[in-house]
Design a protein around this ligand. Structure first.
Ligand SMILES: [Zn+2]
Length: 503
């Protein structure tokens, strides 16, 4: 680096070290060590210090980083398309090691609480760039029809499951997949890697798992709990026991498991993992249509939910009872057959196609285990799945409806921002037909035109949100395996070992 440029870079390194002491737990004992590594990354031989570092800088890490990246670009040390990877390397130097992160986490958990520890980890991951919190805050986000609708402008859209699976396979077999523990610190092939990823160990069912926050952040403190072994997804009694273990340690969090089947579950089926977070989803507080006591159980309430999908809730203060009743329902659903409803537990090749998504929270009432019944059957009319979003809604959402959406938080593709802007303009202009470039939105256009009495911008914008919420609600109705709540209640009442008494 040239001498003048060096002076600027030295100042920027100091500013960044200052922020790292404050926001990334950089230990003062590690400051010289970290500075030397940053100097090497920036090809600086001589350092001219800008003053004492006391960790009281006003800047945040990301702004300080922008200055340093600018220095590297100017000096020709980094190409434009390597900026993300360079920033990742810098932040990794400044972030505590995984062992240190775990030690801090466990100390906060011991001295304060497990949720304080999660808050600390989340802030750390947002500061070191492994969680894109700013992105989460800028994503369009609103409530409609009892659902939360967000448009995710960061994550690529996966329209087909084969592509999704390919996108999730590790190249060359190491790591075996994108959520394997070996990703911690992994540079990957180009771009921003996972150098700054930090996980913490969690024991579930006596086995090793780990927790990490999701980089895309679908909602506040969204993360995944991952089996330390690369082993396939499954949903059984052990799964539900593991979920209970998780909320025993992290009350205030929800944790759930996707139905372990393609198209109605998560995109990563090869590696067992759960999804959770520090925010309740709409279904967790859904109204109860009918409540029952279960005969022979000391403290179980079984609730049929007022929810567009087919979902029930098992509530109990007793862990063993919530687990037993949930398992009875799971096992009965796995083999339930009903021709009239097109529910068949196995497909033509004999593969299982019924599964369920359990999700648990702890409240004043005890454990609340929600069970969403899912099925993957196809028909001539719906070759992509009877209980999947139907084709007329594909312009809004074609991706599989996984656990998060099934519980009422919709993550819509980023392309909608542009498409809805075109829709809005055309409506405000008073066009009499849907613009050609978004012709696939014709059904939504029809519905909007029918309801809109005024076409000023505010009214149009509100109507478009209403329409989106309504489409999301109808997509959840598509996923409902039982035509009515009466049918759902009848199924629950027919399960062997469950005698219902109406409350
Ligand atoms: Zn894996």
């Amino acid at each position: 680096m040239m001498e003048n440029a060096c002076d600027a870079a030295c100042r920027d390194i100091d500013a960044l070290l200052e922020c790292a002491i404050d926001q990334l737990e950089l230990d003062p004992l590690d400051v010289d060590y970290a500075r030397n590594q940053l100097m090497e990354l920036l090809d600086i031989r001589q350092f001219s210090p800008s003053g004492a570092l006391d960790g009281t800088g006003e800047m945040d890490v990301s702004s300080a980083l922008v200055a340093l990246v600018g220095d590297a670009l100017e000096a020709g040390l980094v190409a434009e398309d390597d900026v993300a990877s360079f920033a990742d390397r810098v932040l990794n130097v400044l972030s505590p090691s995984p062992a240190l992160v775990t030690a801090y986490f466990e100390q906060i958990e011991r001295e304060d609480s497990s949720i304080d520890a999660m808050n600390w980890l989340y802030d750390l991951c947002a500061a070191n760039g492994s969680v894109h919190r700013k992105q989460l805050e800028t994503n369009p986000h609103f409530e409609s029809h009892g659902l939360v609708v967000t448009i995710n402008t960061a994550k690529p859209e996966f329209k087909n499951m084969k592509k999704a699976a390919a996108g999730n396979a590790g190249a060359g077999g190491y790591p075996q997949c994108v959520i394997c523990h070996e990703n911690e610190g992994f540079a990957g092939a180009g771009g921003a890697g996972k150098r700054t990823l930090r996980t913490i160990p969690v024991e579930l069912g006596g086995r090793d798992w780990f927790w990490q926050f999701s980089p895309y952040g679908y909602f506040y403190q969204h993360g995944i709990c991952v089996n330390a072994q690369h082993t396939p997804m499954k949903v059984d009694k052990e799964t539900m026991g593991n979920l209970l273990d998780f909320v025993d340690r992290f009350p205030g969090y929800f944790i759930g498991c996707n139905a372990a089947l393609a198209r109605i579950g998560g995109s990563i089926l090869a590696h067992d993992h759960y999804q959770g977070g520090g925010q309740l989803l709409p279904m967790h507080t859904a109204r109860v249509l009918r409540a029952y006591r279960v005969d022979g159980y000391e403290d179980v309430t079984l609730e049929v939910l007022d929810w567009p999908g087919s979902a029930v809730r098992v509530v109990s203060r007793l862990r063993s009872e919530v687990l037993e009743v949930s398992e009875l329902l799971r096992a009965a659903w796995a083999v339930y057959e009903n021709d009239a409803f097109h529910i068949h537990p196995y497909d033509e090749s004999g593969a299982r196609q019924s599964s369920l998504s359990p999700s648990v929270i702890v409240t004043d009432r005890g454990y609340e285990m929600s069970l969403i019944f899912r099925n993957n059957a196809v028909s001539d009319e719906y070759p992509d799945g009877i209980f999947h979003a139907h084709p007329q809604y594909y312009p809004v959402k074609q991706e599989p409806i996984g656990l998060i959406e099934a519980q009422g938080l919709f993550i819509l593709p980023g392309r909608l921002v542009g498409q809805l802007a075109v829709l809005e303009e055309a409506l405000v202009r008073g066009d009499d037909a849907v613009p050609e470039e978004i012709a696939e939105f014709a059904p939504q256009w029809e519905e909007l035109v029918e309801t809109l009495e005024e076409r000023d911008r505010d009214t149009v914008r509100a109507a478009i949100r209403e329409e989106l919420g309504s489409v999301c609600y109808r997509i959840l109705e598509n996923t409902s395996v039982f035509p009515t709540k009466e049918d759902l209640a009848n199924f629950v009442g027919s399960v062997e070992g469950i005698e219902l008494e109406k409350l």
